[in-house]
Ligand binder design. Structure first.
Ligand code: ZN
Length: 476
């Protein structure tokens, strides 16, 4: 009898030890675990070496006598951006702790103009306790040699130079009148403030475009590009329809941003942007009818990414706009918003289409093709094109940074953009997390440790109950 009582006690001791061990793993002091907001940034000066780096000189007052280490963290503002950090040199004096934080913005560390950075400084003292100072002022990355002005629209701000203010006011008025349509189609009524950086010409904008587009922009191939992760876009001219096109990309990105990838097939993202330029399918339909033979239309299943072939690019945009316009005009803007909301909740693009529209996307595609006297495409059987394949291709489809939009007929003899664009865009999108010397990305390892500890504790607890049960049963 006594033995039978001691046996579970022995287990209890083992389990308690294991629990204590796992708790101690959890409570190992980490840089984020203990924070005292007892230090403040009293001075901050920003020097922008545009296209190269941002240097922020900071002075912090603190009562800390022995500074062990100083860590500088920065994060571009946006929906899913991450913190990067470095350990800068520092000096202490009667003024406090002084240091220079550098944010690289040169080749390999591209950030678009208008990117706003938040800064935090963490100081560890000799006892290992951590103090954090947050900067009240964000740092906006713009070429300091330009005389930037800004103006506000409904849910967006425009930063510009070298353009008459009246022209910008006029643009804002036109864009404002289109916001209700953007909200209705995307299903997003409350957005974070978006930002547009507008240059007086494409030539002036070119050095600020992502590196991947620079060779093409030599040929005036790009008019603008959206960077949804930073909630901004850059434009090389004042043009209402391209402005709304880029703004639509930001709205649509917000509408699907909680999905696993935040990405949708290009026919849908570009189709929405092209359609919303005018809010009608008419212009896209006319362009298709005048420049594409009925059987030159692209099958929708080949439109998950923007095509690499130049000729196809010129079919792709009006066709995407015309098809999405058909969906919105026939089935309603609210249906499109519901479709996007389904994708946002993690529904597969094709399956969700069936559920929302009540028919397969390929059946609807054939209805649409018949309007152009194009022969129907063979409807793929569900087994031949499972959602998994589609999802894979969606994952590799970046939300377009770059628009293959002609702004001049001169582009008709430009070089073909190659399919290498996609991987390069991915690198550009991830550039804030990779490829930097002395700059690391803040990880979520603390959360991981907590989760593991909890799981471990539950498993141990369950094992203990199982042991007790097995050991007591025969004797009771
Ligand atoms: Zn676009």
């Amino acid at each position: 009898m006594t033995l039978n009582i001691f046996k579970p006690i022995r287990y209890l001791v083992i389990i308690a030890t294991a629990l204590a061990l796992s708790m101690s793993i959890h409570s190992v002091p980490t840089v984020y675990a203990v924070e005292h907001d007892t230090i403040t940034i009293v001075q901050q000066t920003v020097k922008i070496d545009y296209g190269n780096k941002i240097t922020i000189s900071i002075t912090i007052t603190s009562g800390i006598d022995s500074v062990e280490s100083v860590r500088a963290l920065f994060k571009p503002r946006g929906g899913s951006t991450v913190w990067s950090y470095s350990y800068p040199e520092f000096s202490t004096s009667h003024m406090g702790i002084s240091l220079n934080v550098e944010i690289p913005t040169g080749p390999g560390s591209y950030y678009p103009p208008g990117t706003e950075f938040d800064i935090e400084i963490e100081i560890v003292d000799a006892e290992g306790s951590v103090s954090t100072a947050k900067s009240d002022e964000s740092i906006q990355y713009l070429d300091p040699s330009k005389n930037w002005k800004n103006a506000k629209g409904n849910g967006f701000s425009i930063f510009y130079y070298g353009i008459r203010s009246s022209k910008v006011e006029n643009l804002i008025e036109q864009v404002n009148s289109r916001i209700p349509m953007l909200q209705k189609v995307s299903g997003v009524s409350k957005t974070p403030e978006f930002k547009a950086i507008v240059f007086p010409s494409v030539q002036e904008a070119t050095p600020s475009f992502p590196p991947i587009s620079r060779t093409a922009t030599d040929q005036l191939f790009f008019a603008g590009f959206a960077q949804p992760q930073y909630r901004l876009f850059v434009q090389g001219q004042v043009n209402t329809s391209t402005f709304i096109h880029e703004l639509a990309h930001l709205y649509v990105h917000e509408s699907v941003s909680s999905s696993r990838t935040g990405r949708i097939p290009s026919w849908l993202s570009e189709g929405l942007a092209v359609f919303l330029e005018t809010g009608q399918s008419k212009s896209s339909n006319e362009r298709l009818r005048s420049s594409v033979q009925p059987d030159g239309l692209l099958p929708l299943r080949n439109m998950n990414t923007v095509p690499g072939q130049r000729d196809d690019v010129f079919i792709f945009y009006p066709q995407a706009g015309a098809f999405v316009g058909y969906l919105i005009e026939k089935y309603g803007a609210d249906t499109m918003a519901r479709y996007l909301a389904g994708i946002d909740k993690g529904q597969a693009v094709l399956k969700n289409f069936n559920e929302v529209y009540g028919r397969s996307i390929y059946e609807v595609e054939n209805d649409w093709r018949s309007n152009f006297n194009a022969t129907p495409i063979t409807i793929p059987s569900p087994t031949s094109e499972p959602d998994k394949t589609i999802e894979h291709s969606i994952r590799s489809t970046p939300v377009p940074l770059v628009d293959y939009r002609t702004i001049s007929k001169r582009t008709s003899n430009t070089t073909t953009p190659t399919s290498t664009l996609s991987p390069l865009i991915t690198v550009a999108e991830n550039s804030d997390a990779t490829g930097r010397n002395n700059i690391s990305t803040r990880s979520s390892s603390n959360q991981l440790v907590s989760a593991l500890t909890i799981i471990l504790s539950i498993i141990i607890g369950l094992c203990f109950i199982a042991f007790l049960y097995r050991n007591y049963k025969p004797n009771s």
